[in-house]
Design a protein around this ligand. Structure first.
Ligand SMILES: *Cc1c(COP(=O)(O)O)cnc(C)c1O
Length: 229
């Protein structure tokens, strides 16, 4: 089931990339393993998945203890509480969901203490929905300039989650907006900042996201089937 889904996903990623003249190898598929058992995640790893995404520190910690980090990259995609920052260095290779200067600063401080540097993406709240995390796009240039000075974090790009809609075309304008924001901020030539990565697109709309420039798509149900909760 997983390997069949994966084969289909890979094919449609290639097709979406080619529709807009992109090189499919620019696009990374993140398997969102939240709420999946270690048995299922192991199946995905055996099918060839190496990038795994989790949205809760504690749940991720249990999985990573068993499955390890060897040959795998674990990405954090959920709400990160400051009191959990101390755990992330032993667990994750990239944090997709840094939604404020103060969270970036907390990560930076811990990183400095242990002589490390954490790659991060900045989550942007394009839709302005109250239920969603993220930096207000209007404040992004100023926030990035401040975050650029924190040596314990390395900003690698932007991430967003559009309002859920079963029609993927409804996501397109949000993804266009994220790409344009990225371009605007890249043109500011802020030292230490390379906004190469655009983490956007989930099971229902990853093809649209790829057409609009996504470099990482985060797919859960499209790979594993519906989550049980
Ligand atoms: C759960 C989740 C996903 C995956 O969602 P699916 O619709 O199952 O593909 C992607 N991104 C984030 C931030 C998530 O929390």
């Amino acid at each position: 089931m997983i390997s069949k889904n994966l084969k289909y996903l890979k094919q449609s990623i290639v097709k979406a990339a080619k529709r807009v003249g992109r090189d499919p190898s620019e696009i990374k598929l993140l398997a969102v393993t939240k709420e999946q058992s270690n048995v299922i995640v192991t199946e995905a790893i055996q099918a060839g998945m190496t990038l795994l995404g989790e949205n809760k520190v504690q749940e991720a910690s249990g999985k990573i203890e068993v499955l390890g980090r060897n040959g795998l990259e674990w990405h954090f995609i959920g709400r990160l509480q400051k009191n959990k920052v101390k755990f992330i260095f032993d667990l994750f290779d990239l944090i997709h969901s840094v939604d404020s200067f103060s969270l970036a600063e907390a990560i930076h401080k811990k990183a400095q203490k242990i002589g490390s540097c954490m790659p991060i993406l900045l989550q942007i709240n394009i839709s302005g929905e109250k239920s969603k995390l993220g930096i207000n796009p209007l404040n992004l240039p100023e926030e990035i300039k401040k975050i650029a000075k924190l040596e314990g974090v390395k900003v690698c790009g932007l991430m967003t989650i559009p309002p859920f809609n079963s029609n993927p075309e409804n996501s397109r304008s949000y993804y266009v907006r994220l790409r344009e924001l990225r371009d605007t901020c890249s043109n500011l030539n802020i030292p230490r900042i390379n906004l190469n990565e655009l983490s956007m697109g989930m099971s229902n709309d990853y093809e649209v996201a790829i057409e609009e420039g996504a470099t990482m798509v985060r797919v859960g149900t499209g790979l594993f089937g519906p989550r049980s909760t």
